[in-house]
Ligand binder design. Structure first.
Ligand SMILES: Cc1cc2nc3c(=O)[nH]c(=O)nc-3n(C[C@H](O)[C@H](O)[C@H](O)COP(=O)(O)OP(=O)(O)OC[C@H]3O[C@@H](n4cnc5c(N)ncnc54)[C@H](O)[C@@H]3O)c2cc1C
Length: 429
């Protein structure tokens, strides 16, 4: 399996990644002065601070964790705060796995961000000493002859020197006999794509952040204190006050609680995913033999997708729901409807016949935080330009955490302008 991963990884070489990168982060040196430091665990690795400036990042999900790590490496004195911990079960980043794939229709910004994320995960995995990124490829099942969301991305793949193959149903059935392809018009195959281990990835980023000299605090921010045209401090539920020069709020769905007037156009939606047992001995249904998958049209469902094996968590299948739970996402009974489970079983049996009737191992609910245009948010608070709001992952944010975190760090340091597609004012009108 390792050999296979290495082979696929070579699909995106360093030169390509740099060519399409947003901008490499500066590796800085720093130390840390804020309270509740976890740095004692890594006494030999504390870096000297090179920027005389403190940043507090709230939220250790995919967005906040990476932002904190990039800021630290740029030389800031960084404190990362999370109420329940990195990749906790209520966070959107708290699932087992998240897909990573570059194609985004004609949206080149996201395409480039994914390539940069792939590069960042590859580089940092070595430092984490942990496998988080699995580039086992992605197959897209198309019942229709045309799929603009995929086809519009083809010129970007070509420019980047990457493959995105169009395969006939017969050829696909030869390559992956585990998949039923006879109802399909064609299959697309992207060998660079795959999945990330989600909650473990957040923890690995947090651990690296601490190892390199950052402070992590498990506590809840009750309030940001804004006066004199800027944010000055954070009041934590424990009674502690955190002072800093800049603040980043990367709080996923909790942003709707923290900034209700500004973010009332966000919808938090309930999402479900299911994990089924592969047949014993059927190793061709694990991630080393089968790519991640994305089903566009089957049974009228838009966006059913899955991860075979999921690093022994079970064969994952998920699809997008539109159940709005903005007012109760952190208080409701985290239910899955029986008909949703039946639907998952049906799709699985149709597309992967060996999975028909297999036992359910686990089912989870989680939430998307959706902006109306599904673009993320990265902008300054209108009343406090040193307070940044980062979020709106809209069901596709995890894969971008590494590169979007880099963009956020560059924004905080003034190296980067706010991009219109991520600006707050599009949500304020
Ligand atoms: C079922 C499902 C499947 C998905 N599939 C994919 C996929 O395949 N690919 C992909 O790229 N994306 C996917 N996504 C989307 C992706 O997971 C999210 O966009 C991403 O995880 C959002 O990360 P975040 O850091 O913004 O938020 P979160 O992960 O929610 O992190 C926010 C953090 O802030 C903390 N926090 C909140 N308020 C406070 C406070 N007051 N004080 C202190 N801490 C606080 C929370 O505890 C939490 O840890 C999926 C999402 C779901 C739910």
């Amino acid at each position: 399996m390792k050999k296979n991963h290495e082979k696929i990884r070579k699909g995106i070489n360093r030169r390509q990644a740099i060519k399409y990168s947003i901008k490499g982060a500066t590796i800085g040196t720093m130390g840390s002065l804020l309270p509740h430091s976890t740095k004692a665990d890594f006494p030999n690795l504390i870096r000297k601070r090179s920027k005389d400036s403190k940043v507090a990042v709230v939220g250790a999900g995919a967005f906040g964790g990476w932002t904190a790590l990039h800021l630290l490496r740029m030389g800031y004195d960084v404190t990362l705060i999370d109420q329940f911990g990195p990749g906790n079960s209520q966070a959107s980043s708290g699932g087992e796995t998240r897909l990573i794939r570059p194609f985004y229709g004609d949206q080149e910004v996201y395409f480039n961000m994914v390539l940069r994320s792939l590069e960042l995960w590859t580089e940092n995995e070595e430092k984490m000493n942990e496998k988080i990124l699995y580039q086992n490829g992605l197959v897209i099942f198309n019942q229709a002859a045309s799929n603009p969301r995929v086809e519009d991305a083809l010129p970007m793949y070509k420019k980047a020197g990457l493959r995105f193959e169009k395969i006939s149903p017969d050829e696909a059935a030869k390559r992956w006999p585990q998949i039923k392809t006879s109802d399909l018009d064609h299959v697309m195959y992207d060998p660079v794509a795959g999945f990330l281990k989600a909650r473990e990835g957040c923890k690995a980023v947090r651990d690296l952040f601490v190892k390199e000299g950052g402070n992590f605090i498990q506590d809840q921010v009750a309030k940001e204190n804004i006066a004199g045209g800027k944010a000055n401090s954070l009041s934590l539920t424990s009674g502690t006050t955190i002072e800093a020069d800049s603040f980043v709020f990367a709080c996923g769905p909790w942003l709707t609680r923290l900034f209700p007037e500004m973010l009332n156009k966000l919808n938090v939606t309930r999402q479900a995913c299911f994990f089924f047992a592969s047949p014993p001995g059927q190793s061709d249904l694990m991630e080393n033999k089968l790519p991640t998958w994305f089903n566009r049209d089957l049974d009228g469902v838009f966006g059913a997708y899955g991860v075979p094996g999921s690093d022994y968590r079970g064969f994952k299948i998920a699809f997008e729901l539109e159940d709005i739970i903005t007012d109760k996402f952190d208080t409701y009974h985290r239910y899955v409807k029986p008909e949703e489970q039946e639907h998952a079983k049906k799709i699985l049996a149709l597309r992967f016949p060996k999975m028909a009737g297999r036992p359910l191992l686990d089912q989870r609910v989680c939430q998307y935080t959706e902006t109306p245009d599904r673009n993320f948010i990265l902008d300054k608070h209108p009343l406090a330009p040193n307070l940044w709001i980062m979020g709106g992952g809209s069901g596709h944010g995890y894969k971008h955490g590494a590169s979007f975190g880099e963009m956020a760090a560059q924004s905080v340091s003034g190296e980067r302008e706010v991009m219109d597609m991520f600006a707050l004012n599009r949500l304020l009108t």
